[in-house]
Design a protein around this ligand. Structure first.
Ligand SMILES: [Zn+2]
Length: 373
């Protein structure tokens, strides 16, 4: 099936809704249009002139980036400027550019979860909560004999998932349903013009806002009635929390110094910086935040982390971390390149699910500006 930019982005934004992004983050479509068929998508961490050349050579029509290409807005369109020249090249070759930045960092199963998985953190939880969203309650009335099949269809679609620790939560009440089908109705139970009473149950679930459309879809598919009765309302006292960074535990305690050596290999970096008063100290609880996370280090401390992994740590922040007794490992910002294989994998999965004909290409360039000597 042919795919447009809209199709891909609509699916992506169910996974990482733009509402999860930090205020002022220039996420979303930056160049071109979503309103065109696409065939070849390239995933990249950064959009740099050399990446754009790579995209042109590979006949890409859509670039999906983690870092927004126009972080600083253009003040003119004079093409002598290398940044502007890059925009010209993209427009000339009809390559659209879309970026998912802090919404991808925050998304469950997104950047920070990828990094936590990579370093094998167990029981990873959010480090810095940035957004919360009330759960919805879904109540559905169903004939008693259909209770199990409807409940199972709904839980399979995500109803009753309470965070990562409880699944399939529901509550059932028995009652009497009353209705009178009139002219034009095709009732499953009862006859036209005759009042009916049926033995029904009401099943209630908490549902995350994100899962609600697919849960309602499953309800409409599984419910035996022509017009299923269900209510959706907002739960005022129960919210899902989203945020930056993850904190979890390593399977075994390890000496900080050895962990540093191990991380060099895990992240494939030829050097990294670290801050500690004691390289021999045993660590087990680890916080990680992709990108520039120095400003959140107090949250790593509050969550009991022995060590905090993040990029772009500033000199004076390093002094504060040291004084506060937190060990920190800075493997650089470029470790976020993990987004390339991970996004490719996700997009390929969606292609299979939707029968989309789309080539997903991962940029082969290393966009890390830093080298180690
Ligand atoms: Zn970043």
């Amino acid at each position: 099936m042919n795919v447009t930019g809209y199709d891909l982005i609509e699916r992506f934004e169910q996974f990482a809704p733009p509402t999860l992004a930090e205020t002022g983050d220039p996420i979303g479509l930056a160049i071109g249009t979503l309103n065109k068929p696409i065939q070849r998508v390239m995933v990249t961490l950064d959009v740099r002139p050399e990446v754009v050349q790579e995209a042109i050579e590979k006949q890409i029509d859509f670039i999906f980036a983690h870092h927004p290409p126009m972080f600083k807005p253009a003040k003119n369109l004079i093409s002598d400027d290398p940044q502007n020249e890059m925009y010209f090249e993209l427009i000339k070759h009809d390559i659209a550019v879309y970026a998912a930045h802090t919404n991808l960092d925050v998304a469950p199963g997104g950047m920070n979860d990828w990094l936590a998985d990579l370093i094998d953190l167990h029981h990873a939880e959010t480090m810095t909560v940035t957004k919360s969203r009330p759960y919805k309650k879904l109540a559905v009335m169903v004939p008693k004999e259909n209770e199990t099949e409807v409940r199972e269809a709904l839980t399979q679609a995500g109803a009753g998932n309470m965070g990562s620790t409880y699944k399939d939560c529901s509550y059932t009440l028995e009652g009497i349903g009353r209705f009178k089908p009139v002219e034009g109705a095709h009732p499953t139970i009862g006859d036209i013009g005759k009042s009916e009473e049926t033995h029904e149950v009401k099943i209630e679930f908490a549902v995350s806002e994100q899962d609600l459309p697919k849960v309602v879809h499953a309800l409409l598919e599984a419910h035996p009635y022509e017009v299923p009765v269900y209510d959706v309302y907002t739960i005022e006292n129960l919210s899902e929390e989203f945020g930056l960074g993850r904190v979890g535990d390593l399977a075994e305690p390890i000496k900080l110094q050895d962990f540093v050596t191990q991380l060099k290999e895990t992240f494939g970096v030829s050097g990294l910086r670290y801050i500690t008063t004691n390289p021999d100290k045993l660590i087990q609880r680890v916080a990680v935040c992709g990108g520039d996370g120095g400003k959140f280090y107090q949250d790593a401390l509050k969550k009991g982390a022995d060590v905090y992994i993040t990029g772009d740590v500033y000199y004076h922040t390093g002094h504060d971390m040291l004084a506060d007794g937190l060990s920190v490992i800075d493997p650089g910002h470029h470790i976020e390149q993990i987004c390339k294989p991970k996004l490719k994998e996700l997009f390929e999965q969606w292609c299979t699910e939707n029968n989309w004909h789309l080539d997903i290409v991962s940029s082969e360039l290393n966009t890390d500006p830093f080298r180690f000597s």
